[in-house]
Design a protein around this ligand. Structure first.
Ligand SMILES: O=C(O)CCC(=O)C(=O)O
Ligand SMILES: [Fe+2]
Length: 486
């Protein structure tokens, strides 16, 4: 979005601007007034014809009937939510909640979340026990345990390494494992703790994390707005995490992701619990590189200002896209693959394959050719990023990061979870999400059953109350009207 458009939005806050896709920095319709600008974007967005991607499943939830994206200015939202400390990033598209435990957070969060928009909440880790999340504590507790590492530059696996080798190089360049050319590798710990083992292997950390997760009605396993909590005990527990993401930072490599573009079938909250800057080498230089990466990644001015504020420690750069734009992204990635001479394989999917990172050039093409613009988000130390189910996202660590994510199933996005489960079924067997580990149909069945039973008992209670009230009223009416005398 251009500066003039932002100003326009600020001047017409009462319009409750709701648009499907706002232009990026490259908007070329300079002569439009605001309304034309909006109409143009909506038309543009809806009229893109997909030539390189064909959808097998009909998914009625894909855009039609969905609430449009909302863009807010603080002057307006302060009137709507006067009590709740918050600000707006990504040119008004991204809500940032500033008090993680404020009871008023739910309303404003839900007003974004039901539109499929991500949200960040800052300062969630101040009540964590920092000793449990320091790299040294992982060396002490698990240094001798072996695990695979991934070289983020090549995608190759460095198999069966003592984890102390990963952790010792976390904040010390000179101790990093080297590749065959003798260069320190950019490493990521692969799936650790493995599978579903977090709570059993790291019980104190599990309890520490769960005690600080914000919006607990959504994020706790028994939260009332976490539909997964409706699944009776006798079912196998769905895998909701937590999952840890441990990786070195790569601010110097703008087209290499720490985690490539993919989407998850449930909602997730991802918390930055530790950011480390190497202690050897030029500390200032690392920090400057990270700022440069942020400035070049399509972040809005307020984000660029925020990361430079005292006390902020930027850790990772996210690009999150609306779930409704997933097919357009697939179309672009298929088109690019063909341009590069590749053949499209059946039962493969450019997002589910998790093999691409959208660099600046691809993000620009996505905007120009499809009118799709994502959310460029910087996750600082202590930030929790809420990622809606089905929203394609990618992450690039700027410094060395420890993140922990917990999944949940919100009523707002349950239909995405359902459709995505169907979609994953058709993929080749190489995909880990092939089977329905979430058991989404069971979750939905029990959520509906419980809702009906709550409504049923409320109805019964209400009608009983009515009968009692009528019985009480009748004698009065009788006396006042002297019904018996008539
Ligand atoms: O931090 C990362 O590398 C990936 C995080 C992610 O994809 C998630 O939490 O869903
Ligand atoms: Fe993810």
């Amino acid at each position: 979005m251009e500066y003039k458009d932002y100003i326009w939005l600020l001047h017409f806050p009462e319009k409750q601007i709701m648009i499907s896709n706002v232009g990026g920095n490259n908007s070329d319709d300079d002569n439009n007034n605001g309304d034309d600008f909006l109409n143009d974007r909506i038309l543009n967005n809806n009229s893109v014809e997909l030539k390189y991607f064909v959808r097998n499943h009909i998914n009625n939830n894909r855009g039609q009937g969905q609430m449009p994206i909302r863009i807010m200015a603080l002057s307006e939202s302060k009137l709507l939510y006067p009590e709740v400390p918050h600000s707006w990033l990504c040119d008004g598209k991204l809500l940032r909640l500033l008090d993680a435990v404020h009871p008023g957070n739910y309303t404003i969060f839900q007003d974004q979340w039901r539109r499929g928009q991500p949200v960040i909440i800052s300062d969630v880790t101040k009540r964590l026990n920092p000793d449990l999340w320091h790299p040294d504590s992982f060396i002490k507790d698990f240094g001798d345990v072996k695990n695979d590492l991934i070289n983020c530059m090549t995608g190759n696996i460095v198999p069966n390494q003592q984890m102390r080798k990963f952790w010792e190089g976390f904040e010390c360049h000179s101790r990093r494992l080297k590749d065959e050319k003798g260069n320190p590798m950019l490493l990521k710990l692969k799936d650790w703790p493995p599978g579903e083992d977090f709570a059993e292997m790291l019980p104190s950390r599990y309890n520490d994390l769960m005690s600080v997760l914000p919006l607990s009605e959504y994020t706790q396993r028994n939260g009332r707005l976490n539909l997964a909590s409706r699944l009776p005990e006798c079912f196998v527990r769905p895998d909701l995490g937590p999952k840890m993401y441990n990786a070195y930072g790569s601010a110097m490599h703008p087209n290499k992701g720490t985690t490539n573009l993919h989407l998850d079938i449930s909602d997730a909250v991802n918390v930055m619990v530790y950011v480390g800057i190497p202690k050897d080498g030029d500390n200032e230089e690392y920090i400057k590189e990270a700022y440069r990466a942020i400035d070049e990644a399509g972040c809005d001015i307020l984000t660029r200002r925020r990361v430079r504020e005292k006390g902020e420690l930027p850790g990772a750069l996210w690009h999150i896209y609306s779930a409704r734009d997933a097919d357009k992204i697939r179309d672009l990635l298929n088109k690019v693959a063909i341009e590069r001479g590749a053949r499209l394989e059946p039962n493969h999917d450019p997002i589910h394959d998790q093999s691409c990172y959208l660099d600046g050039a691809l993000r620009e093409r996505l905007y120009k050719e499809y009118s799709v613009e994502g959310y460029a988000i910087v996750q600082c130390m202590g930030d929790a990023v809420f990622v809606p189910a089905g929203a394609p996202h990618q992450v690039r660590n700027l410094h060395n990061c420890i993140k922990v994510a917990e999944d949940f199933v919100s009523p707002e996005n349950v239909s995405h979870c359902f459709h995505l489960t169907q979609e994953f079924r058709d993929l080749s067997d190489t995909h880990s999400n092939h089977e329905d580990k979430l058991q989404i149909k069971n979750i939905m069945y029990h959520a509906v059953k419980d809702s009906l039973s709550v409504l049923g008992s409320a109805l019964i209670k209400n009608s009983q109350k009515n009968i009692e009230e009528n019985e009480e009223v009748t004698p009065i009416i009788k006396t006042e009207l002297n019904v018996d005398d008539v």
